[in-house]
Design a protein around this ligand. Structure first.
Ligand code: SF4
Ligand code: SF4
Length: 292
């Protein structure tokens, strides 16, 4: 039986290139204790060698902590990924990298940069300053690279998010709301009336990072999608990791082994939009575009 598949599956790795971050946002979903650590050069080398051996074409989505804050990200990871693997690269960043670093990143990844997600954190930068930098950077990118500005919409501060959205969209940029997550689910919002104009009544994974349940649906997480954490441990998906399940070995010690076949989802919550937007979940139309 061929399961319903509404968008093509795009093989994707979410790689936490660094645990550490150069920001310390009060609303960070990662605890300060967890937000530490940067893999060493030899660990990065082994991870890249592991990714190079994967069959076919993948998208490697680099995140953190903050990837650009790892001194080896621009000095080693990006050039090695480009030189030693055939894969495309994406990045989720707080966009604190310097203009020089961003120019160099755009140059090195030209033709192979899939998605660049820049997260706006008002505790560290103003919306106006961010928008100016983002508008400049977007001009450096290929037309088929998707550039998006993410922002966490904090409960009770929807007006602030709406103002930022106007600033970002006023520069011709795409703005993507991130719902605030607690314990793997979406936080309570005091005023749905304030939230709906930002994310819609029933947002899809294209419109916001909702946390639906896909329990029972066939899912290719572990086969054509997996996450690699800052310690090199690979997991079928983030929810599986939360439950200590779906372990796929380690990318630093060469023991990474993908699952052989898709399995029905065993969880009540799927907080990440990437599996839905990359066509991993039977019958889920994340949309032809991906923004995260
Ligand atoms: S930039 Fe992101 S990872 Fe860093 S502290 Fe802020 S929310 Fe956390
Ligand atoms: S549907 Fe979501 S939570 Fe379920 S296995 Fe797939 S990625 Fe994990």
């Amino acid at each position: 039986m061929t399961p319903a598949q509404s968008i093509p599956r795009a093989r994707t790795i979410e790689w936490q290139v660094a645990g550490a971050c150069n920001y310390d946002c009060s609303y960070c979903i990662q605890s300060r204790e967890y937000r530490r650590g940067r893999p060493r050069r030899e660990q990065l080398e082994r991870a890249i060698a592991t990714f190079a051996e994967l069959p076919g074409a993948w998208e490697i989505k680099c995140s953190g902590g903050e990837a650009f804050a790892h001194p080896l990200f621009m000095a080693y990871v990006v050039p090695e990924l480009m030189a030693r693997t055939p894969h495309r690269i994406s990045v989720l960043t707080n966009f604190s990298a310097t203009h020089a670093e961003l120019m160099e990143f755009a140059r090195q990844t030209r033709g192979r940069l899939a998605v660049f997600s820049a997260s706006l954190h008002l505790e560290s930068v103003s919306a106006e300053e961010f928008a100016t930098k983002a508008a400049w950077f977007q001009m450096l990118l290929d037309e088929d690279t998707r550039f998006v500005v993410n922002q966490v919409v904090l409960p009770g501060r929807e007006d602030e998010a709406a103002r930022c959205r106007a600033v970002i969209e006023g520069r011709g940029l795409r703005w993507f709301p991130q719902l605030y997550k607690v314990d793997g689910g979406v936080a309570e919002y005091p005023s749905p009336a304030a939230l709906i104009p930002l994310v819609g009544r029933r947002p899809t994974s294209r419109e916001a990072n909702v946390a639906p349940s896909y329990r029972g649906k066939l899912c290719w997480a572990g086969v054509d999608y997996f996450v690699v954490d800052k310690d090199g441990d690979a997991w079928a998906c983030r929810t599986a990791k939360r439950y200590g399940e779906g372990a796929l070995g380690n990318a630093f010690d060469g023991s990474l082994a993908r699952a052989l076949a898709p399995q029905p989802c065993a969880y009540d919550i799927c907080p990440c939009t990437v599996p839905a937007n990359r066509g991993m979940i039977e019958g889920v139309t994340g949309g032809a575009e991906v923004f995260e």
